[in-house]
Design a protein around this ligand. Structure first.
Ligand code: ZN
Ligand code: MN
Length: 495
């Protein structure tokens, strides 16, 4: 048992996300991360032939600025690109065009975690290592725009880190800045993780903090370990939890934590040492001479903010007040833009059919039954054959009592399987809904004639008389009438 509890965890994240644009960052090649044919989207610029000149992709700059506005960051007035020099076979120029001390965005905040900066750079190519020891290079990804975001060390638990990364992904998707699919490598996370003794427990401040920083007499952050290769939300939590255990054990034993870069091993669920910081590169940053500096003073930032789509937090709030949904329902809906859009379309169709309707039945069938059916069928909401208006119609039939909950479950399954509207399916299966007013008018006339006493009660204002008459109507039609239609006809004929 290691003494995790007596240490305070501090985590800062660095996230890279591929920006969705038509073309690459500095040339006209397609930015297509799904291209399977190696080196198809390449040209002399992204292959770094001598004498070529980069041209800035405005769409990428605009998208990062939109992101900056969305997270309440400060957009730079002057910004420029720098060369970050290092040698690696996936980097044909021998330097990456990135941003150093004048990033596009500074500050901002997501889920209570402050952002240090957000900048734009270019991605590297991909290396493919073969079993025979050979390595091939694919430059399709070389030069595609990449957004880098750095947070302040504000994160103190693994859960908080995961929540931050998930919210960041959601915002990127809402803005259409990035698909941010971690499995596809479109969003990559690095974590700077350190622990230090909890001062409130009165431990000797210097204990275990020897490391590379020497003995400390005043409170300091612990020695920082950088973990790379974090390719899923599960790995974000796993890497932090593993580092807390590993570093706590070292400090408990009076050993120093070495400042180094480690890699997350997804198979073993551990971090492994990659290189110590002494061998860290000197990147020799200097301003990229082939690109003009950006003067962003003329940008109408208020206009950009006005045109941002509704963001997840605003949608959460609106869904709570407009539809009265609970937190877990809202999280599922807002967690996917197209799921939320489907729900809203169905809600507005339902409101047209049944003015003044509450949305709880709709939300319940949507977040439990329909969601379950989608999961079973292995399809996404965008692939479901049931259009929102059919789903709203179905809910209206549940609301007015035409469909019992048992009947409703079966019918919804048939709707998902066939894509047909609920009434057609009910007719096919013999569960007919009678809503034809002339047909029902005859039924109502017969009931009125047969129940003079109840009709008299109704006219005297007895509340349950109408319910009795509608009940008679449902009985005579063997439950196939629409009770709302029956009510309307009774009211008309007796009114
Ligand atoms: Zn190119
Ligand atoms: Mn970077």
């Amino acid at each position: 048992m290691t003494g995790d509890r007596k240490y305070i965890l501090t985590v800062g994240l660095e996230v890279h996300a591929n920006v969705k644009t038509r073309t690459k960052m500095f040339c006209g090649c397609l930015n297509d991360l799904d291209e399977r044919e190696p080196n198809k989207n390449t040209c002399p610029i992204c292959l770094a032939h001598p004498g070529v000149l980069p041209t800035m992709n405005e769409e990428a700059v605009r998208k990062v600025i939109q992101f900056g506005c969305a997270v309440h960051g400060v957009i730079a007035k002057d910004s420029w690109f720098d060369r970050k020099s290092y040698f690696y076979p996936d980097l044909p120029k021998g330097y990456q065009i990135s941003q150093y001390d004048h990033p596009l965005v500074e500050g901002g905040e997501i889920r209570g975690v402050r952002l240090t900066r957000v900048h734009l750079e270019e991605d590297a190519g991909r290396l493919q290592h073969s079993d025979d020891g050979s390595t091939l290079v694919d430059f399709n990804r070389a030069g595609v725009p990449l957004m880098e975001l750095v947070t302040e060390p504000d994160i103190t638990t693994a859960d908080q880190a995961v929540a931050f990364a998930q919210e960041l992904q959601l915002i990127l998707k809402y803005l259409d800045v990035s698909d941010a699919d971690m499995e596809k490598g479109q969003m990559r996370v690095e974590a700077n993780i350190s622990i230090r003794p909890d001062e409130s427990l009165g431990l000797d401040q210097s204990e275990g903090l020897v490391g590379r920083t020497g003995l400390q007499s005043k409170p300091v952050l612990g020695v920082k370990v950088e973990v790379k290769n974090i390719n899923s939300f599960k790995a974000v939590a796993g890497a932090i939890e593993y580092e807390v255990k590993r570093q706590s054990k070292l400090l408990d034993e009076g050993k120093p934590v070495v400042q180094e870069t480690r890699g997350w091993n997804d198979v073993k669920n551990i971090t492994e040492s990659q290189r110590s910081k002494e061998s860290a590169h000197d990147y020799r940053y200097f301003p990229e001479p082939d690109l003009p500096p950006l003067d962003l003073r003329s940008l109408d930032l208020e206009d950009i903010k006005r045109h941002l789509p509704e963001l997840p937090d605003a949608k959460r709030e609106r869904f709570a007040t407009q539809f009265g949904l609970n937190v877990s329902q809202i999280e599922w809906l807002v967690g996917d833009k197209s799921v939320a859009a489907y729900f809203e379309a169905a809600a507005s169709e339902l409101k047209e059919r049944v003015p003044g309707v509450a949305y709880q039945t709709l939300a319940n069938y949507f977040t439990s039954d329909l969601r379950g059916l989608l999961k079973t069928a292995g399809i996404h909401i965008t692939e479901v054959k049931v259009p929102p208006e059919h789903f709203a119609h179905f809910i209206a039939l549940v609301e007015d009592g035409t469909l019992s909950s048992r009947l409703a479950k079966d019918l919804l399954a048939q709707m998902v399987a066939t894509g047909e509207d609920p009434e057609t399916l009910m007719q096919k299966s013999g569960v007919k809904v009678m809503s034809d007013t002339s047909e029902l008018g005859a039924v109502v006339d017969a009931i009125i004639a047969a129940n003079p006493k109840v009709v008299e009660d109704y006219r005297k204002g007895k509340g349950n008389a109408l319910q009795f008459l509608i009940g008679q109507g449902m009985a005579r039609t063997k439950g196939q009438a629409d009770p709302a239609v029956l009510q309307k006809i009774f009211a008309e004929k007796l009114g």
